[in-house]
Design a protein around this ligand. Structure first.
Ligand code: GLU
Length: 420
């Protein structure tokens, strides 16, 4: 099969560039740099699915395992028409870095299927999920590689993965996948966890920049699981959500939007666009609004050298993976924007995935309060560690976060040595 080309900026090239910047800054041993550049394993599978019209459609799916020096591969599975292999490679590397930044005993992996779930029936999505699970069965497992939700996947798909894997083993293995519904071994607090972490990052950043969040305005790009819960939590801190968007465009209201009402509108109309009392804007315009806090919670490649000079937000907390290019990072840093990078800002999701995995392995269930307190503690500690390195080394937060992650992974690689 032909290699699948990603749109520009190519996410894997972005990830390699980020790694290169850090390698240079920390004078990383070239051998470790080489090891981290390439994923350890890339699996591409063809997934034949019986569609509702009786015909077979063959989908293409991937699972990329970047590195496992710190523990089993960990990362979500994305369903999207624009999934491309270099994107999944990049996302897998970012998972390695993310897990290392927050100190989880995991490596990094990611999966993706090229499909448009918005145009498929529930039955078709279920058959796709189960067949994909069976095709990657050999390389996943509770101590091997633990998938989770990502763009356009949720607890529903995770329950099917859990069930398919368990059927093959002959007994229930909830710890093979995280982000499951509560009823089948999911963790309280997991659904909100990514956003909770992203908003904790905003709060910690606001403390450092002396921004009063009770008077702040906020825009959120993307209104899926991460964007929606981020809107709710940011509003709890007293901020005004003046703009949100989805793939069809954005809405703006200077008096503030009610996140729950917008969600209800989107459930009915499949988009936020047209929400009563709001002005329609584009996704590009949303990024450049005169606001205090910007939360990108959609896809990669949004903040580029082109538009970075026009971004006015004082704090950016990346709920999405890979929204900003290295060139844009430098522009924002020069301008004094405090950007909390994806590998820290959205690490709350995988952190509570880790808690879910621990609960499954021990057959325990923790209260939501326990989960949220543990998440808070990890996020605050990780934020402080990254912020302090960025101040000490005079680098932006992304480079600081990478320095910490690469150091931790590099040390594990060195201590474990090379086989054979
Ligand atoms: N897909 C999420 C991420 O990008 C969650 C991964 C996980 O929980 O393993 O961080």
């Amino acid at each position: 099969m032909a290699e699948i080309q990603c749109e520009e900026p190519n996410p894997y090239q972005v990830a390699l560039k980020q790694l290169e910047i850090v390698a240079e800054k920390m004078k990383l041993e070239p051998d470790i740099h080489e090891v981290l550049k390439l994923p350890k394993r890339v699996l591409e599978v063809a997934i034949p699915v019986r569609m509702d019209n009786g015909r077979i459609k063959v989908f293409r799916g991937f699972r990329v395992q970047h590195h496992d020096a710190l523990g089993p591969y960990k990362g979500g599975i994305r369903y999207h028409p624009k999934v491309c292999l270099d994107e999944v490679r990049a996302l897998a590397m970012w998972m390695s870095m993310k897990c290392a930044v927050v100190g989880l005993p995991y490596g990094g992996g990611k999966g993706g299927i090229i499909c448009n779930p918005k145009e498929m029936s529930v039955g078709e999505i279920e058959r796709l999920t189960r067949r994909f699970t069976s095709e990657i069965m050999e390389i996943i497992g509770p101590y091997r590689d633990v998938p989770a939700p990502d763009v356009y996947t949720s607890g529903r798909e995770m329950a099917w993965i859990f069930d398919t894997y368990s059927k093959a083993k002959g007994y229930a293995v909830p710890e093979v996948v995280t982000g499951k519904p509560i009823e089948v071994g999911g963790s309280l607090g997991r659904k909100e966890a990514t956003s909770r972490g992203t908003v904790i990052a905003v709060r910690e950043a606001a403390k450092r920049t002396k921004l009063d969040l009770t008077k702040a305005t906020c825009a959120i790009q993307g209104y899926g699981n991460v964007g929606y819960h981020a809107a709710l939590l940011q509003r709890e801190l007293g901020s005004k959500i003046v703009s949100v968007s989805d793939s069809r465009g954005g809405i703006y209201n200077s008096d503030g939007l009610d996140p729950k009402a917008v969600k209800q509108f989107k459930s009915k109309n499949r988009t936020v666009v047209g929400y009563p009392g709001s002005e329609k804007i584009t996704n590009a315009e949303l990024l450049e609004l005169d606001i205090d806090v910007l939360i990108p919670a959609a896809l990669e490649g949004q903040i580029l050298a082109d538009n970075a000079p026009r971004i006015k937000a004082k704090i950016i907390s990346e709920g999405a993976n890979g929204p900003t290019t290295p060139e844009a990072d430098d522009i924002l840093y020069e301008k004094g924007t405090l950007l909390v990078p994806d590998i820290l800002a959205n690490a709350g999701g995988v952190t509570v995935s880790y808690f879910e995995w621990l609960q499954n392995l021990t057959r325990e269930s923790w209260t939501e309060e326990t989960v949220n307190n543990k998440l808070e503690e990890r996020m605050v500690t990780a934020f402080k560690t990254v912020y302090d390195v960025s101040q000490r080394e005079k680098v932006h937060m992304r480079t600081a976060a990478y320095m910490i992650a690469v150091e931790r992974i590099g040390n594990a690689i060195k201590l474990r040595g090379l086989f054979p």
